[in-house]
Design a protein around this ligand. Sequence first.
Ligand code: ADP
Ligand code: ADP
Length: 226
Amino acid sequence: MNALTIKQLKKTYNNGFQALQGVDLEVESGDFFALLGPNGAGKSTLIGIISSLVNKTSGSVEVFGHDLDRETAQAKTCIGLVPQEINFNQFETVGNVVLNQAGFYGIPAKLAKQRTEKCLRQMDLWERRNSVSRRLSGGMKRRLMIARAMVHEPRLLILDEPTAGVDIEIRRAMWQMMAEVNQQGTTIILTTHYLEEAESLCRNIAIIDQGQIIKKAPMHQFLNSI
Ligand code: ADP
Ligand code: ADP
């Protein structure tokens, strides 16, 4: 089964700019998929549409067989999104950032606590659960973003440059954590500027440029072609 099936997806913003010009893309369930492309290529637009944050102009998107237009709620609960900008309430404790998200998904209190612990442990933040999130380092904040996005156990995790600005040691530790999440069965789509990051993590890769997928291949094949 496909985690994602996108057909002829187009987006024209209100100012007339065509950010996506007919994107076709399939991502298989269980994949660790890299979406690479220069600034302005359309990565955030594409992710925004998949996550129902941006309206598409035309075309279709299915998430685990749920059409985004006709089965919006089902499609949305399949997805955990980690956007680029840190957008949790920085005055909340680390634990509450995740717990509140569970509440947002209507997860019962006891289960919410269990899930919060699991996600925080997985991102190596459990010891910091009582810290005010503002006090975390940049790398910890990024991991908290991931922990929060996982609390409803999405089948598809979308990570928009999750390691941007994080130094190399922490980045490598995060790679290990992301690989584990994928090994446990979660499909991951990762956008990144670091080819090295995509190379070490991802099985398949697509290159987007000027609103079009210009290449899609298994990682080993892609690396042989550059
Ligand atoms: P939509 O077509 O999805 O309704 P809009 O064209 O109304 O989106 O723009 C949504 C928001 O993005 C607006 O607040 C706009 O100011 C902002 N925006 C406009 N141009 C850009 C740009 N080039 N990059 C990022 N954001 C932009
Ligand atoms: P990427 O994530 O690959 O950097 P984006 O999807 O953010 O690319 O942007 C793709 C193009 O669409 C860019 O040229 C950007 O300026 C433009 N764009 C993004 N958001 C808006 C908007 N709301 N209104 C108009 N243009 C936008």
